[in-house]
Ligand binder design. Structure first.
Ligand code: FEO
Length: 185
């Protein structure tokens, strides 16, 4: 096969390595910030639940915190693999105290909705920037967000049914422990 030599200066680093643009790199780094914050936020909620005796809810939230860290790490590796630089965010401390289990899951749902909106904005940016590789990478997050929002809504539905019933809360705590265990398998 006759190989036509590339003229000097024909390729820049971006075309050779299929690097991400700095605009996409910055946007993905902002997403790292959100996922990292979700991880420590859920960790703080888990700690409060453990202290208050809700061991099952705590286990579920510790597990959820680990998942958010995994979401953050996927972004780290992707940015670096595409020639960018993933940066560790300086995270603000999450609240230490919470009003109730219900308030915790309302916060979880609203945070997940915020994350979904940011993922959708990232997908739109990728289309505008014609970065179809990152667009493809983000599809995993799009699906994950559908599951996460749905899970938070289902949990809030259960809490609505339980109301102030203490026996119901006892069973709810056991249910969440089982749910965390099932997700670990
Ligand atoms: Fe990674 Fe739940 O957002």
């Amino acid at each position: 096969m006759h190989v036509i030599p590339a003229k000097a200066g024909t390729f820049n680093n971006q075309t050779i390595q299929n690097m991400i643009s700095s605009k996409i790199e910055q946007a993905l780094n902002r997403q790292i910030d959100l996922e990292g914050y979700a991880s420590i936020y859920y960790l703080s909620m888990a700690s409060w639940c453990e202290v208050k005796g809700f061991k099952g809810v705590a286990k579920f939230l510790f597990h959820h915190s680990d998942e958010e860290r995994m979401h953050m790490l996927k972004l780290f590796h992707y940015i670096n693999d595409r020639g960018g630089h993933a940066v560790v965010p300086g995270l603000q401390s999450p609240p230490k105290d919470y009003v109730s289990i219900r308030a915790i899951f309302e916060t979880v749902l609203s945070h997940e909705v915020k994350v979904s909106n940011e993922i959708n904005a990232l997908v739109e940016l990728c289309i505008n920037e014609k970065d179809y590789t990152t667009h493809n990478f983000l599809q995993w997050y799009v699906s994950e967000q559908i599951e996460e929002e749905s899970l938070a809504r289902n949990i809030l539905d259960k809490l609505n049914l339980i109301g102030d019933d203490k026996g119901g809360m006892y069973l709810f705590d056991r249910d969440l422990e089982a749910l965390a265990g099932a997700e670990h398998k």
